[in-house]
Design a protein around this ligand. Sequence first.
Ligand code: HEC
Length: 307
Amino acid sequence: MAREFSPLKQQDTPVKVLFTGYLTTVAVGYLMALIQILFTHGMADGKFGLSIDDIVYSYYGNRSGTLLETKLNGSMKENASERERFVIMQWVRDGADQDEFAESGAEKIIQDRCVMCHSKGASIPDFTDFNVLKELTKEDEGATFGSLTRVSHIHLFGISFIFMFVGLIFSFSETSTIKYKSIAIGMPYVFLLVDILSWWLTKLHPMFAWLVVFAGAGMAVSFAFMWTVSVLEMWVFDKVFLDAEGQPRQQWSTIVEAKFKELGGEDAARRLGVIAKRSGLFLWEKWLTQGVPLLEAMYRKLSSKKE
Ligand code: HEC
């Protein structure tokens, strides 16, 4: 069956530039979103990096403790010494009574270590008001109903729009068969719904935390696939042949192929593979030894600036 559309590679250069510009910007946005997740949910258990615990703490909460304790073991850990944190937690465990607030020594520690940020007019809870502090000593139930509904609707509207355009651009591609194209275009929407659903399920029970990871990964894979195919077809591929079933088959651009042969064919490919692997490993090591500590330092600086 002949298909009536202009494939990506046949679009005019201005259209290709428009598509590529959009795809590039959205990809950078995606990267920023991942970094943000690393810093908000990633720090929930007090350790840098994302884990299942982080997801459980963020949505289900730490039901064996209170938000005050969770934070003292998490993102507020650096603000007080081990002993001071212990005194506050002891006071919380003893019922967080107002009578014992001063007596236990918790009041002085809060005054000395926390009020500089947690004061009147700040966007974070004001600890000069005892009732505000008391509220945080109740059982930590993770994300609230209000915050989940807010984030859910923002994500549903926003992300469906992103995939609308990424999918639309990809729908003009020819690399995959119609079947796989339809799957790739539909998948992100399924994963998006599963992702949002998994937050609510995790709020009910921590065992659903793995579903958050699964849905997030699914969305990322379909995004990466559509992105790569679209960009490659616009700029790298050129001739398309039909196979026996009338489905288009992709060919490497004649230019790329000629260059490839000129370089010495497979031998060169193998050498390129080795070089790519080596530089990949090198970059990964640099990321671990320098990139991650740099991001951590930046995060610390930023969070102390919020005062
Ligand atoms: C350098 C400024 C700063 C200091 C000092 C500080 N905090 Fe915080 N605190 C923040 C910021 C910013 C947030 C919001 C981001 C977050 O939740 O990690 C926050 C959030 C919190 C929350 C969560 C509030 C909520 O409703 O989500 C608790 C609980 C908390 N801090 C406890 C403390 C305690 C206890 C201390 C003293 C040992 C303390 N903080 C010292 C800046 C500070």
